[in-house]
Ligand binder design. Sequence first.
Ligand code: FPP
Length: 249
Amino acid sequence: MKEQIDLTRLPQHVAIIMDGNGRWAQQHGMERYMGHQEGAVSVRKIVEAAGEIGVKYLTLYAFSTENWNRPQTEVDALMALLITTIQRETPDLMSNNVRLHAIGDLSRLPKASKDELDWCIATTAKNTGLNLVLALSYSSRWEITDAVKQIAAKIQNRELNIHQIDEQIVSQHLTTRQLPDPDLLIRTGGEQRISNYLLWQLAYAELYFTPVYWPDFREKHFFEAIIDYQNRERRFGKTGEQIKNTINN
Ligand code: FPP
């Protein structure tokens, strides 16, 4: 499978909606949180696979703003899992040259989870391989609303004027300001929606949906998604003819 990937045409940034943990657990007669635990194993495998082929950015939707409304026991289990996963995986992130980042309303995280996250981000800050981005307490509408507030404040205190606002200014006020836009979005678990994830940034991304539940998602599924992406023609609003001419020139 891996041999079929054209390493010269990789997506630079892959974003993933890791869905299906709860249904996977139910299918196996287990509690929901055990689906998340198994999901953490998939996170490890896919981080390794992405690093191995040379993807530069991998953004994982680990916890949405809406997920705060889940039963408190599940929220607590996810926050605890974040801590144990970071503690267990940081040595391997270091040996694999992976740099951790986080996006979202991180001020809402419990202090212990936030401290662990900050520690891992600082520890891996000089790594130069894969950039692993965790979206935590994240939603696009929160992010865009927050960007609007920041821009409005700058106009109010005359750091900016209205005519300077363009797409670049908006992008610079999103939590993803240091990241390129995703080229490929993968959603596991069979649903075909975007669920308030990177709405601005996914404008030109290729979308890939698979019925595989996240805890079952392995390297081969990831590589299948990359190969599918490489078989598509990305036109960015241009005609197919124009794209062929750019490639040939
Ligand atoms: C969606 O499945 C998944 C989540 C809300 C959490 C994702 C978290 C992990 C994979 C845990 C490990 C990650 C890190 C970074 C520690 P769901 O619960 O909505 O599944 P369902 O749709 O089947 O109910």
